[in-house]
Design a protein around this ligand. Sequence first.
Ligand SMILES: [Zn+2]
Length: 94
Amino acid sequence: MPALTLRAAEGKLRRRLRPVAVTLLQFTPSAVLECDACGQCWSPNCAHGGRFPRGYWRCPNGCAEVLAEAAAEITARWRREAQAVAEAVEFLAR
Ligand SMILES: [Zn+2]
């Protein structure tokens, strides 16, 4: 496997953080993350070997949980609407 360059690792981390609404402010010498929801900045404490701890991307203010709830709510609403459309289509087909 080819060695991951620092630049490639930074890009990979940036892409991974985008869907969870976190911005990578700084990558080296230590990573600094910013929450897109509340603006909180934090630095994940890297273990030996530079690995990020579990849940390093979670905002200390709990915004990840709020976002997850909002996403679940949107999904539930979409499901109800899709169900209503399916019922309407079925009704009209009779
Ligand atoms: Zn936050």
